[in-house]
Design a protein around this ligand. Structure first.
Ligand code: FAD
Ligand code: NAD
Length: 485
């Protein structure tokens, strides 16, 4: 049977975009269906990764300026900088990234259908356009990559004025003096530090006993120290009872209690509340049952390692299939889905992927934490470098940071890298490459690296680790010679 397209891709986020591009490079005819009226790029470009990071970069610049040159007018950033300028900066970047996606699709002859897509059967997608008409398309394969949307709070309502969510925080008209963030995921920590950088007094309320539990314990300690220094107050194990704007007192009240210990009701007065309580897959209205697509208990679409669902012609990728729900991973998943559909050999997404938290400063990690490695019975040693000992960090005034290497004490194989500090999300890739090629930490000693750079932290941490194994420095020569043989 002949179809209109080789592949129909429902959703134009990173998973859909990369599947479309890879399919087109394979000379396959692709159609992207996107329900957003104006923009391509999904959460990635419009409400998630790109705008939140653009806002963060603007806040970081303001912080750096204040830290480096002082606050001579004795004013807080929220009194000196206009949120409108920050928002305009974010908007310009968002528009720029949107144009790139649009142009790339045009250049690669990928068709785009604007409207809400739903499955009719294993090869057919119906698109309801914004004008109320319906178009039907068929393809040999379909990729479902519809992303995710915010979970709504149970205890109160988002009014998008005083009580904000993922989207409305990006439209805030002024820098608040006080902000309460509800949630304790990556997003909550990123926004908490972004607004703290702008001079906002931030409180984070987390429903769990702990947060960011995947971090190495020393990185977490650094983060908590940083929260103390910046006056960011984190309350864990909290049950929210209500959030309400009090017009008489002109502030927003958050009523909550601790889940254990003293459970008396507490009231927090704040200017704005930002609810970041997690996200759920976009499957409503997709009519997955028309193609008997299986979902798990949390409504994420189930796929195998090739991103194929239980129906042979239908693949799924990105947030809609669950963990790790990152733009970074979604790009790879979408591309690999295209390779697998069209029988082009490709490597799988490696087990070890880096995680980047764009707090100010950044946090990034890959591989085993020190505790995990020890729990697995491995003989491990760690090497540390503190940014205060790195010349580049002095020059850029970013001396608050640590890079920690976790490695096998017997053969120096690198098992994990954990960084807290400026450019951590970028720096991690050097460690990632060494790990991917099964390398050991002597790489960082034996290779000449540009100077001054923050990458010097790898060299210092490697020396520190080797020292620790050999206790005294006298055995360096042997170690380095061993490796050359
Ligand atoms: C605030 C925030 C910050 C983030 N920061 C980062 C970060 O720094 N790094 C990182 O790696 N990840 C980050 N993420 C996560 C990242 O944005 C997502 O993992 C990624 O966008 C998921 O990509 P996707 O392709 O699955 O879906 P999306 O990007 O969500 O795109 C899905 C698209 O499908 C469309 N769609 C949905 N249903 C239909 C339908 N039925 N018909 C047609 N179209 C439909 C939607 O309109 C949307 O455009 C962040 C997320 C948020 C919320
Ligand atoms: N740098 C990055 O890579 C990056 C940045 C931001 C977001 N993301 C991704 O976007 C997605 C969403 O991230 P997120 O951090 O918003 O969500 P999340 O699901 O990671 O975390 C939400 C947290 O909020 C808590 N929570 C939920 N309801 C609550 C309530 N009523 N009171 C107090 N706490 C409550 C939950 O226990 C959970 O810990 C994730 O997939 C994340 O990985 C990635």
């Amino acid at each position: 049977m002949s179809h209109n397209y080789d592949v129909i891709i429902i959703g134009s986020g990173p998973a859909g975009f990369s599947c479309a591009m890879q399919s087109s490079k394979f000379d396959k005819k692709a159609l992207v269906v996107e329900s957003h009226k104006d923009y391509l790029g999904g959460t990635w470009i419009n409400t998630g990764t790109v705008p939140s990071k653009a806002l963060r970069e603007a806040a970081k610049t303001i912080l750096e300026f204040n830290d480096q040159f002082g606050d001579h007018e004795n004013k807080k950033p929220y009194e000196r900088f206009r949120m409108a300028d920050l928002l305009q900066y974010k908007q310009e970047i968002l528009e720029k990234e949107n144009r790139k996606v649009k142009n790339d699709l045009i250049k690669n002859e990928v068709d785009v259908a604007r409207g809400f897509g739903k499955l009719v059967d294993e090869h057919t997608v119906e698109v309801e356009t914004h004008f109320g008409s319906t178009e039907t398309y068929t393809a040999e394969y379909i990729l479902v990559c519809t992303g995710s949307n915010p979970v709504q709070p149970k205890e109160f309502e988002i009014d998008n004025d005083k009580i904000l969510d993922y989207k409305s925080i990006l439209e805030l008209t002024h820098i608040p003096r006080r902000l309460t963030v509800i949630g304790s995921g990556v997003n909550a920590i990123e926004y908490a530090t972004t607004f703290a950088a702008l001079g906002t007094r931030v409180t984070v309320l987390a429903d769990s006993e702990d947060y960011l539990t995947f971090l190495d314990h020393e990185i977490k300690e650094q983060l908590e120290q940083h929260f103390n220094d910046k006056g960011i107050n984190i309350k864990t194990d909290v049950a929210i009872q209500d959030v309400e704007f009090n017009a008489l007192r002109n502030h927003t009240e958050v009523k909550f209690n601790k889940k254990s210990g003293d459970q008396r009701l507490q009231v927090l007065e704040t200017e704005h509340v930002l609810f970041l309580g997690g996200r759920k897959p976009n499957i409503d209205g997709l009519n997955l049952k028309a193609a008997q697509i299986e979902t798990d208990d949390n409504n994420f679409i189930v796929t195998d390692d090739s991103f194929k669902t239980n129906t042979d012609s239908i693949y799924a990728a990105g947030d809609v299939i669950g963990f790790p729900r990152l733009a970074s991973a979604s790009f790879s998943q979408g591309r690999l889905a295209a390779c697998n559909m069209f029988g082009i050999p490709a490597l799988e997404v490696p087990d070890q992927i880096p995680y980047g938290i764009y707090a100010i400063p950044e946090i990034s990690n890959i591989g085993l934490t020190e505790k995990q490695a020890k729990e697995m019975g491995m003989d491990v040693t760690v090497g540390r470098a503190y940014f205060e000992n790195i010349a580049k960090a002095d020059m850029t005034n970013h001396t608050n940071g640590i890079l920690k290497l976790v490695f096998n004490s017997n053969n120096f194989k690198l098992l994990g890298v954990h960084i807290f500090g400026d450019e951590a999300a970028n720096l991690i890739h050097l460690g990632q490459s060494v790990m991917a090629y099964d390398g050991d930490i002597r790489y960082f000693i034996n290779h000449v690296m540009n100077y001054p750079t923050l990458s010097e932290a790898y060299r210092i941490a490697a020396f520190n680790g080797v020292n620790r194994v050999y206790k005294a420095g006298v055995k360096y020569k042997n170690i380095l010679e061993d490796q050359e043989q």
